[in-house]
Design a protein around this ligand. Sequence first.
Ligand SMILES: [Zn+2]
Length: 300
Amino acid sequence: MGIISNSLVKVSYSFLPIRIRSGDPTLKAAILTYHSQNIAGNDTTNNDHKALAADLHELHGAGYRFVSLPSLVGSLFDGGPIEKNPQTGQPVVCLTFDDGCDYDVRTLEFAGFGMQAGFLSILEDFVQQHGKQAQPGLQATSFVIASPQARQIIDRGSLFGQGHLSDDWWRAAAHHPLLDIGNHGWDHNHPDLVAGQYPRGGFTTIETIEHCRQQVVQAGAFINDKTGQWPQVFAYPFGESSHYIRAEFFPEYGREHHCLAALGTRPGLASARSNRWNLPRFVCGRDWSSPTELLATLGF
Ligand SMILES: [Zn+2]
């Protein structure tokens, strides 16, 4: 009997460090996704810049707290601290920008629709208007595509070929208090790219260790070289992922990829019960097209 009891005690002690590091079960988060190249007009319904500016003000006015993605992931899964709003039970809000176009950080002309304020200047305007302490956790993660050659081809095929997928701003963004740089893969496995060693056109095809290493680890090393910081979070291109990358590569190869979490684009709130290797996100334009719709989507 004594031996059994002792062995049970031993077993429970061996799990103790995991319990201590578990996340906050009451925390819920809405991870929002914007694409700075999504411009087909000048309204919140067809322009992610107008949407971001309007959503920031509306969410702030409705009492939502913004938090950075790394601090959210740390709090959900590893017991890190986070500022939330316990009175209302509202989810905290994280901002993410996908594809890393220069429109994330630069105010540029967008053909047919005039000058567009960069996402960064929209965040800076918000801080200037409301003060730094209004939303101390406000920080967006910009998910960039690593391969310079792939960015050049995607820029020519899917943008205007004006070099608006550059990487000369990544280092400043990684060190800016309102921005962080995340990993959006080596080449997005984009259909504009010529077929090579691997099948093209989606991210469900990333099913081998070699292909995962190229898309995640090689990309992480390139981004680290440019910014001085290894990207902490991966966003699956197209929101797609294979069972292998979710269930084997990310959980088993942490020493290679050094990521805290990976994001998909299935709509929903993230919580400690979510799969940290496929966290849900809401996508602007797909899941909401006005601040009112966004508030309704978040349930408050
Ligand atoms: Zn993308």
